[in-house]
Ligand binder design. Structure first.
Ligand SMILES: [Zn+2]
Length: 85
């Protein structure tokens, strides 16, 4: 499937649109009428969903860091008394 106006919008603009960023009004209009770009946008959306589900805990600190932080909070009486280590 070909874009109805090749080069009319860039991939970066599709990604920005997907992220909810402000894009040129033309981008939204083009996606509404171009099957190829709408399909491309749907592909990016699927990829983002997969990545988000796979990387959801990617930045979570390792358990020994969490335990240490929790211990430090306990020592400094930063945790409510109901939380024990
Ligand atoms: Zn297009």
């Amino acid at each position: 499937m070909e874009c109805s106006e090749p080069g009319a919008i860039r991939d970066e603009e599709l990604l920005a649109y997907l992220a909810g960023e402000k894009v040129r009004p033309f981008v939204e209009q083009h996606i509404a009428r171009c099957q190829r770009c709408a399909a491309q946008l749907a592909d990016y959306e699927r990829i983002e969903l997969v990545l988000t589900s796979k990387l959801f805990r990617f930045d979570c600190p390792p358990s020994h860091v969490l335990v240490k932080t929790r211990w430090e909070c306990s020592v400094k009486n930063l945790l409510p008394r109901s939380i024990t280590i």
